[in-house]
Design a protein around this ligand. Structure first.
Ligand code: THU
Ligand code: ZN
Length: 142
């Protein structure tokens, strides 16, 4: 467990990150606050693009910022939307988190007056991972 912020503090930090969201297309702001194993907090927000598919999700922006600083072990993430609807990470973000986080990694989802606490294992069971590929029989293409 990290010496980082409380769950409530982390959700507040995710809410703060909403202010930086660039969402001219969906107008749906998402903020994320990710805690590393040593208690450091990285934030992210969604950053949309006119071609839509290049849009970055809040969770991937947060994890990219942390990994580029050489963090490889994580404790918790809080996710909030501008409408406090308890948004959960999408399938793509669950898989991105699973690259670096164990099944017991905690995902906090902001419902305004409540916070739902999931584990990544609940949100994405049986993920594909480096172990999966290592265990797979490789096809020799030569
Ligand atoms: N969004 C995120 O930032 N994270 C998610 O995991 C769910 C979706 C963003 C993408 C897009 O900018 C907006 O929310 C609407 O889908
Ligand atoms: Zn996503």
């Amino acid at each position: 467990m990290s010496d980082g912020p409380t769950d409530a503090e982390l959700v507040e930090t995710a809410r703060d990150a909403l202010a930086d969201a660039y969402v001219p297309y969906s107008e749906y702001r998402v903020g994320a606050a990710l805690v590393t194993a040593d208690g450091t907090v990285y934030t992210g927000c969604n950053i949309e693009n006119a071609n839509y598919s290049n849009s970055l999700h809040a969770e991937e922006v947060a994890i990219a910022a942390a990994v580029k600083d050489a963090h490889a072990s994580f404790d918790r993430i809080a996710v909030s939307s501008g409408v406090r609807d308890g948004v959960t990470p999408c399938g793509m973000c669950r898989q991105t988190l699973a690259e670096f986080c164990d099944d017991d990694f905690v995902v906090l989802c902001d419902e305004g007056d409540a916070v739902t606490r999931y584990t990544l294992g609940e949100l994405l069971p049986n993920t594909i991972s480096l172990d999966t590929l290592d265990a797979a029989e490789r096809v020799d293409r030569e």
